[in-house]
Ligand binder design. Structure first.
Ligand code: NAD
Length: 493
């Protein structure tokens, strides 16, 4: 079994109490690696190292261009190690190697993009209503940023926080998910290799309550960037409020994929399948509600079902596999429990609906791709996030009805619209209460495009030019160039 250490300041080390925990390979259901079980003491050491690097280190004295150069080198190092990083993620979370490799090969773009932005943050000299006085605004880094990540796309989602935070001149303490720490530790090694000064990038591994919570409440942490469940996000927001920290929350979803009868149906079938069965349904943006116009409902569901039946389940490292296991035992239990709930609610199980025992899937955490029809939008299967390969199909008649159903949900992360009607393609995105809309596409993300949610899907935006300002604060400077301050005891009118 592989054994990892965590990165605190200039040190690679174990937990303060010497304890470790294991990560299980979801395909073999066997532990494959062990990690330090971080403590509040370790968090304190990491935050202090990050704070010292911010206050006193060479990092803050570097020019923004030099910071950008380091980020660029880091992108190159990730590109050179993409396969190794992908292999680690597959071991940890069981997602398809093809998907993890594509992610790791795309990941450098975040570092190149924010590397380019690092020296383009401009302040402003502004007019001011005080005669003779000068006023200008600079945008300053915040200090220590805590980046807390989930297990489903471990390094990608951490990078959405780390790249703009570092480009802005902050230092970071990263807390990867307890289910997927390996690639983040390897990333920290690459940061060291390319020359980031000690303390700028720290990683503390461990559990949410033992590492995440002490990190969020630490008085020297200025900003928390969190991706995870809505329950985790609520705890983070409440804890951060105690110490008045800025927070961004990227949480769950129950996104609607809306198929109109004027859609290109072959494309729509593929888009719906990739929306819910890619990554075994374990993406925040999963299109887990299929809203399909009644006039094509039966035909579309039949085509969809036939297509999904061709999916091969199995070893996530085998390029011939289409759907891998779910990532963790709790995730398996949760998915199966929602399948039971949907059946009890009266939804019709059109496909799947059970743990998979196909040859090659006996040991792993496999669920059959599942389609429920006859779902009403008030059923739990239509309102709550499953985070597994389970699709809830809801019919609608009119465009207004589709919009009402799509918006009638606690979440607001994303939506898909399938139509060849130009007017609909342009007007509908403005009516959907979500952070991202795809028209005749699904699950597209880019370092250039803001991503985030509304309602229970969270707050704040990652990616795009403005994300760097999530890690900067305006500083207002007034300069009085002329001596002769008025007597403060004599009020002028
Ligand atoms: P989770 O909330 O269980 O854990 C996320 C991270 O938070 C982990 O590192 C965990 O250890 C930590 N954590 C848990 N409790 C904490 C606390 N009280 N204080 C500080 N840290 C704490 O989520 P998960 O199961 O790892 O991830 C799946 C969830 O993430 C799903 O709900 C999914 O929709 C969501 N997600 C959202 C996005 C997005 O961009 N909106 C992307 C991916 C995943």
């Amino acid at each position: 079994m592989k054994s990892f250490e965590m990165r605190i300041g200039a040190m690679w080390r174990g937990a303060s109490n010497g304890e470790t925990f294991e990560s299980t390979d979801p395909y073999t259901a066997q532990p494959w690696a062990s990690f330090p079980r971080g403590t509040a003491q370790d968090v304190d050491a990491a935050v202090n190292a990050a704070h010292a690097a911010f206050e006193n280190g060479p990092w803050t004295r570097m020019t923004a261009s030099a910071r950008g150069l380091l980020l660029h080198r880091l992108g190159d190092a990730i590109a050179a190690n993409a396969a190794q990083l992908a292999d680690m993620e597959v071991k940890d979370n069981g997602k398809l190697r093809a998907e993890m490799l594509a992610q790791m090969e795309y990941l450098p773009q975040w570092f190149y993009y924010y590397a380019g932005l690092a020296d383009k943050v401009e302040g402003a000299v502004t007019p001011i209503d005080r005669p003779g006085m000068m006023h200008y605004v600079t945008y300053e880094p915040l200090g220590v940023v805590a980046a807390i990540a989930p297990w489903n796309s471990p390094l990608l989602l951490a990078a959405w926080k780390i790249a703009p935070a570092l480009a802005a001149g902050n230092t970071v303490v990263i807390k990867p998910s307890e289910f997927s720490s390996a690639s983040t530790l390897e990333f920290a090694r690459l940061c060291e290799d390319v020359g980031f000064p000690p303390g700028v990038v720290n990683v503390v591994t461990g559990f949410g309550n033992e590492v995440g919570q002490p990190l969020v409440v630490h008085p020297l942490v200025a900003r928390v960037a969190f991706t995870g469940s809505d329950s985790g996000g609520r705890a983070v927001a409440l804890n951060a409020a105690e110490t008045f920290k800025r927070v961004s929350l990227e949480l769950g979803g129950k996104s609607a994929n809306i198929v109109f009868d004027d859609a290109h149906l072959d494309d729509a079938v593929k888009g719906v399948v990739s929306g819910i069965f890619a990554a075994t349904g374990q993406t925040c943006m999963a299109g887990s509600r299929l809203l399909v116009q009644s006039s094509i409902h039966d035909e579309f569901v039949a085509r969809l079902t036939e297509f999904v039946k061709t999916a091969r389940l199995g070893d996530p490292s085998d390029p011939a596999t289409h759907i891998g296991p779910v990532s963790t035992q709790p995730q398996l239990d949760k998915t199966l429990s929602y399948i039971a709930i949907a059946k009890a609610e009266g939804a019709h199980c059109r496909l799947g609906g059970e743990r998979s025992r196909r040859p090659g899937c006996e040991q792993g955490l496999f669920v059959e791709p599942t389609i429920f029809t006859g779902v009403r939008n008030d059923m739990r299967i239509a309102r709550e996030e499953v985070f597994g390969p389970v699709l809830a199909v809801i019919p609608f008649d009119t465009e207004d009805e589709a919009v009402a159903i799509a918006n009638d949900n606690p979440y607001g992360l994303a939506a898909g619209v399938w139509t060849q009607n130009l007017q609909r393609a342009i007007t509908l995105p403005r009516r959907l209460h979500v952070g991202t809309v795809w028209v005749n596409a699904y699950r597209v993300v880019s370092y250039m495009a803001p991503f985030g949610g509304v309602k229970a899907s969270g707050m704040g935006r990652e990616n795009g030019v403005r994300a760097i300002h999530e890690y900067l604060e305006a500083r207002s400077v007034f300069i009085n160039p002329v001596p002769g301050i008025a007597n403060p005891f004599v009020l002028s009118r």
